[in-house]
Design a protein around this ligand. Structure first.
Ligand SMILES: [Fe+2]
Ligand SMILES: [Fe+2]
Length: 236
């Protein structure tokens, strides 16, 4: 997907694209021949924002199926197997790419690139520790809750009073991760490629966009589905 496509071409890429174009009142049907960028300017929206929303909607569609009612341990397995796995593989690759870009272009963009590398490194360290806490402490407990529910048994005791305590901590860390993503987006000027962009910079920006979209879905599944379901079970 690029901002130079026509609305019709963009709509043809996915159902998610159609839904997002609809939401913004962008006429991909009769006015489909209009260039996407031009149509956005007329509506006063940023083309990059629309593309991001489409990318997020696509990931959410794959990730969001039936999780309100699926067994909790399946949801936990999905989060770990899809989103934690992605971060474990993707963060080192992106970190390496960013280091390379800083060493080649850092002097050309001294206000932005070294700062972006710092923000990314802090996000990476925080997410790695965060996932460890989820996988070692909180998620096994949620899985136990899920099993107790399916077998109609009382909820097992929690070592820290209530499950809401570790959940609140995870939610605070999600806010901090969201802030870091927002800072990276601002520093990169909404991932607009700089004039000096080589293939590594392009790959870095593409990778950072995917990281943002995936982390948004990941945090949505935890904050809006997994955690409220676990808290509701405890209160039952
Ligand atoms: Fe997670
Ligand atoms: Fe999390």
């Amino acid at each position: 997907m690029t901002t130079t496509m026509t609305l019709a071409d963009l709509a043809a890429t996915s159902l998610s694209a159609i839904r997002i174009l609809e939401q913004h009142g962008l006429d991909y049907c009769c006015g489909g021949k209009q260039p996407f960028e031009e149509a956005c300017v007329a509506k006063g929206v940023k083309p990059q924002t629309i593309i991001r929303e489409i990318e997020e909607a696509k990931v959410a569609k794959v990730a969001g199926r039936g999780w309100q009612t699926a067994p909790l341990d399946e949801l936990v397995k999905h989060i770990v197997g899809t989103h934690h796995e992605y971060l474990k593989l993707g963060l080192p690759v992106l970190g390496h790419r960013l280091d390379k870009v800083v060493s080649v272009h850092g002097a050309r963009d001294p206000e932005v690139l070294p700062h972006m590398a710092e923000v990314f490194a802090a996000l990476r360290a925080e997410m790695e520790l965060h996932m460890h806490k989820e996988e070692a402490i909180l998620f096994p407990l949620i899985e136990q809750y899920g099993r107790a529910e399916t077998q109609n048994r009382p909820m097992p005791p929690v070592p820290f009073g209530t499950i809401a305590n570790p959940i609140a901590m995870m939610e605070r860390e999600h806010v901090s991760a969201g802030d870091a993503l927002g800072e990276i987006r601002t520093l990169s000027n909404d991932f607009e490629l700089p004039s000096y962009a080589c293939s590594t910079v392009k790959a870095l920006y593409e990778g950072l966009k995917v990281l943002e979209a995936d982390l948004h879905v990941h945090i949505h599944l935890e904050n809006n589905i997994l955690f409220p379901r676990a808290i509701a079970l405890e209160k039952r």
